[in-house]
Design a protein around this ligand. Structure first.
Ligand SMILES: Nc1ncnc2c1ncn2[C@@H]1O[C@H](COP(=O)(O)OP(=O)(O)O)[C@@H](O)[C@H]1O
Ligand SMILES: [Mg+2]
Length: 132
C-alpha cells in the first residue's frame, strides 16, 4: 500500500492504523534517509499499540524497550550484525514483542528471515511517500 502524507499528523495516523495490523513478534524495518520520518512514524505506531510512554530516538542507546511490547531500534551507529549480536540486541527479535528498526541496513546479516518493510520517502519539506 502506498500513501502520501502531507503532514506529521497524517504520518501519525498512517502509523497508528498500521500498528493495528501488526502481530506479536513482528519485525518492521523502517527505511528512509535521515529526516525522512522514521522516528515520527514510530511515535504513531506506538500510540496504535497503546503505549503511553513518550517515544524518543534511541540513537545513543541503540534500542529502547517499551515494556516488552515494542522494541525501537536505531542502528545508525552500529557497523555490523556482529556488533548487534555482541550487544545482545538480536535477542529481542524473538521475544514476542514488536521490533521496529531504523537503519537495519547496518545489521543486515543478523536480521530475521521474515520481516515487514515500511519505506518513507521525502518528497518535500512536509510531504512523504509511505509504502507499507
Ligand atoms: N509528513 C511528515 N511526516 C513525518 N515527518 C515529517 C513530515 N513533515 C515534516 N516532518 C518532519 O520531518 C522530521 C522527521 O524526523 P525523524 O522522524 O526524526 O526522521 P528519521 O528518524 O527518519 O531520521 C521531523 O522534524 C518532522 O517534524
Ligand atoms: Mg530516527
Amino acid at each position: 500500500m502506498e500513501y502520501v502524507s502531507k503532514s506529521l499528523k497524517q504520518t501519525y495516523k498512517i502509523a497508528y492504523d498500521y500498528a493495528k495490523t501488526l502481530e506479536k513478534g513482528d519485525v518492521v524495518l523502517l527505511q528512509g534517509e535521515m529526516g525522512a520520518g522514521k522516528t515520527q512514524f514510530t511515535k504513531g505506531l506506538a500510540k496504535g499499540l497503546e503505549i503511553t510512554d513518550e517515544i524518543t530516538s534511541p540513537t545513543y542507546a541503540y534500542m529502547n524497550d517499551y515494556d516488552g511490547v515494542l522494541y525501537h531500534y536505531d542502528c545508525y551507529r552500529l557497523s555490523s550484525g556482529e556488533d548487534a549480536e555482541a550487544l545482545g540486541l538480536t535477542d529481542y527479535f524473538y521475544n514476542g514483542g514488536i521490533c521496529v528498526i531504523e537503519w537495519s541496513e547496518n545489521i543486515k546479516s543478523v536480521l530475521p528471515k521474515k520481516v515487514k518493510i515500511v519505506k518513507i520517502e521525502k518528497i518535500n519539506e512536509k510531504t512523504r511517500k509511505i509504502t507499507l
